[in-house]
Design a protein around this ligand. Structure first.
Ligand code: PHE
Length: 339
């Protein structure tokens, strides 16, 4: 037998452990899953019947001794550690500390707000769980109208309907109900749609809503504001294109496209070889919506837009799959704006 019980007992008695590494070696040899005392137990079957009892007793004692010594070494090390603390060497260079970084979606949201703050916009917020009035009805979605199906909704309650907001346009209503024009506001936030998750879509994503209500606001203001935005968010030569569209709460309505920031017009799979990428919807606030919020459409007009923060961020950094935003992979996250 390579390890006689008596040898092991001697070893244990004389063992010394002066650091964590030695403690781990001790643990592996005497306590861990394949420890040498366990081996002695497995040799039990070779021991003659009449000696089995004494042998078993001896090995058991060894096991207890190993446990006791292990605890002794742990105690010894932590006491030594405390003592070592009394001798801190203040001249040593400090340990490196890890800095976090800003999530790319947060960075885009902040940049967005920076751009619009400089042209007089403030920031407003609304709840993620909305009632039917703010998410649909006040926004001119008639009841049972197919327009409601433009957005697949997660309902929490039906009749009266309570749902996870499908867009940040609900915050337009909340602001207009509570404030008098002039209104210039940005409403960032999470929105929810019952959609399958893919590289381009997610059931939870972020939008940035913009709303400007005053006397004499025209479509020219909408276009000029978004031109300014695109050049500030991306580069001075970024092109913006408006495509006629339909939203119940704006009239006229337009989708906003910008020139593809990935291929710059050469054609790639992000812009589906068109050179243009849609970043959101926009339009002149429908007079019915103003009236629903107690604002006189004969006196005031305004524009609104809603953009996808994920999409804008993907174009900003050349990110090809929006699932990366929520996977919490440090290798991805630490590439953005380290502090
Ligand atoms: N709420 C619309 C959407 O989510 C976008 C939008 C906002 C369109 C404001 C026009 C005006 O698709």
């Amino acid at each position: 037998m390579p390890n006689l019980p008596e040898e092991i007992r001697q070893e244990l008695e004389n063992s010394e452990v002066s650091n964590a590494e030695a403690l781990e070696q001790f643990r592996m040899r005497y306590i861990g899953r394949k420890n040498i005392i366990g081996e002695l137990f497995s040799q039990m079957r070779n021991v003659p019947a009449e000696e089995k009892k004494a042998y078993g007793q001896m090995v058991n004692d060894l096991k207890n001794l190993a446990q006791a010594k292990f605890q002794e070494h742990i105690d010894g090390l932590s006491a030594g550690g405390a003592e070592a603390d009394d001798h801190v060497d203040l001249t040593l260079p400090p340990l490196d500390s890890e800095f976090g970084s800003i999530h790319p979606l947060t960075a885009t949201r902040q940049r967005f707000i920076e751009i619009f703050e400089r042209i007089g916009f403030n920031v407003s917020a609304g709840p993620e769980i909305e009632d039917d009035w703010h998410n649909f009805t006040a926004l001119n979605f008639p009841e049972n109208h197919p327009a409601r199906e433009m957005q697949d909704t997660f309902f929490i309650e039906k009749n009266p309907d309570i749902a996870l907001r499908t867009h940040t346009s609900s915050v337009q209503i909340r602001v207009m109900e509570n404030e008098k024009p002039p209104i210039r506001t940005l409403s960032p936030g999470r929105v929810f749609r019952n959609e399958a998750i893919s590289a381009r879509a997610h059931c939870v994503f972020h939008q940035m809503e913009g709303l400007y209500i005053d006397k004499g606001v025209s479509f020219a203001d909408l276009k000029q504001t978004l031109y300014h935005f695109a050049k500030e968010m991306y580069t001075k030569d970024t092109q913006v294109r408006f495509r006629p569209s339909y939203f119940p709460f704006t009239e006229p309505s337009a989708e906003i496209d910008i020139s593809c920031q990935i291929c710059h017009g050469d054609g790639c799979n992000i812009c589906k070889y068109t050179g243009w990428v849609e970043i959101g919807g926009s339009g002149m606030v429908d007079p019915n919506v103003l009236a629903n919020c107690g604002i006189d459409p004969e006196v005031y007009s305004g524009f609104a837009f809603g953009m996808g923060i994920e999409r804008i961020t993907m174009l900003r950094y050349g990110i090809k799959d929006l699932r990366l935003f929520t996977e919490n992979d440090i290798r991805f996250l630490k590439q953005f704006n380290p502090l």
